[in-house]
Design a binder for this molecule. Structure first.
Ligand code: C2E
Ligand code: MG
Ligand code: MG
Ligand code: MG
Length: 284
């Protein structure tokens, strides 16, 4: 009986693995055509200052909506874009599209707000990111000081000298640099203090478990203290409850991003949200 169960289990896993591999191949083929089909769009999630409830910035988030498939999460399709190298042209499109939108909002008279764009490790290592960013800023006319590139710890740990040079090249363009998903990697305080970054985003997994797990509370408190010590801007993301918000404010974290305030929105809805006065009423 046990043996038969064991065999069934193996068969089940094999089939499941096979199905997943096939599904990913199908997605990869679709992603190759996503550009021509105009299947990519961007949504923007506000980052709120808790001091005056104003939107100080937005994060651009890529959406892929193929006509004949149910929505696919970025957690699923970004790794496929990275494996196929497609993330380089798609990442350039994201940068251009988002900067173009942000510049248009400024021209339309919206309050001055920053634009954060996620950069993949593959884009950072393989593409000529400095040249791409320089070109995009020149073409869209966005003030470089309004652009913030979100990088991750893991991509900066590799090849430190070359990474340092690439980061400096980006800084010389006048853009801001943020470390996304902070706390999930292995950065030491000494390492962090040598990086030319201006911003830390504490990973949402810690924020989510703020009041469940003492160790996660400790991580959040420590990252906030670290950011203050190093003079870095800190953003907490994934904030969903008033309880999380008050804890963060109590510790001195004043910029938050999360469903408590606003979900990622299409551009027209974002402009409406920013146009409203005060954002102290949490939106579902
Ligand atoms: P991220 O950069 O850490 O972005 C934040 C993610 O958290 C977004 O998920 C956002 O929708 C979600 N989020 C924000 N507030 C809350 C909240 O209160 N609760 C919960 N449960 N989630 C919240 P999304 O859009 O699915 O993106 C997932 C990841 O995919 C991003 O994580 C980023 O790593 C990657 N990604 C998205 N767009 C791009 C892009 O244009 N380029 C690259 N390279 N990566 C991207
Ligand atoms: Mg991000
Ligand atoms: Mg990320
Ligand atoms: Mg993040």
């Amino acid at each position: 009986e046990a043996k038969r169960q064991g065999r069934n289990t193996i068969v089940w896993y094999t089939t499941d693995f096979h199905k997943r591999a096939q599904y990913r191949l199908m997605l990869a083929a679709r992603l190759h055509r996503a550009f021509e089909n105009s299947d990519f769009t961007l949504q923007y999630q506000p980052q709120i200052s808790t001091q005056d409830n104003t939107v100080i910035g937005v994060e651009a988030l890529l959406r892929w909506t193929p006509a004949d498939l149910p929505p696919v999460s970025p957690m699923e399709f970004i790794p496929i874009l990275e494996e196929t190298g497609l993330i380089v042209p798609v990442g350039t499109w994201v940068l251009y599209q988002a900067c173009h939108q942000a510049a248009a909002w400024q021209r339309a008279g919206l309050p001055r707000m920053r634009l954060s764009v996620n950069i993949s490790a593959v884009q950072f290592q393989r593409g000529d990111l400095g040249e791409t960013v320089r070109m995009v800023l020149a073409e869209t006319g966005l003030d470089p000081a309004l652009l913030c590139l979100e990088l991750t710890e893991s991509m900066l740990m590799i090849d430190t000298a070359q990474s340092q040079q690439k980061l400096q090249e980006l800084r010389d363009l006048g853009v801001r640099l943020a470390l996304d998903d902070f706390g999930t990697g292995y950065s030491s305080l000494a390492y962090l203090s040598r990086l030319p970054v201006q911003e830390l985003k504490v990973d949402q997994s810690f924020v989510r478990r703020l009041h469940d797990t003492p160790s996660d509370t400790a991580v959040v408190n420590t990252v906030i203290a670290m950011a203050q010590e190093l003079g870095l801007t800190l953003i907490a993301e994934g904030v969903e409850s008033e309880e999380q918000k008050s804890h963060l404010i109590g510790r001195g974290c004043t910029i938050i991003q999360g469903f408590l305030f606003c979900r990622p929105l299409p551009p027209d809805q974002l402009a409406l949200f920013v146009g409203q006065e005060g954002h102290d009423e949490p939106q579902a």
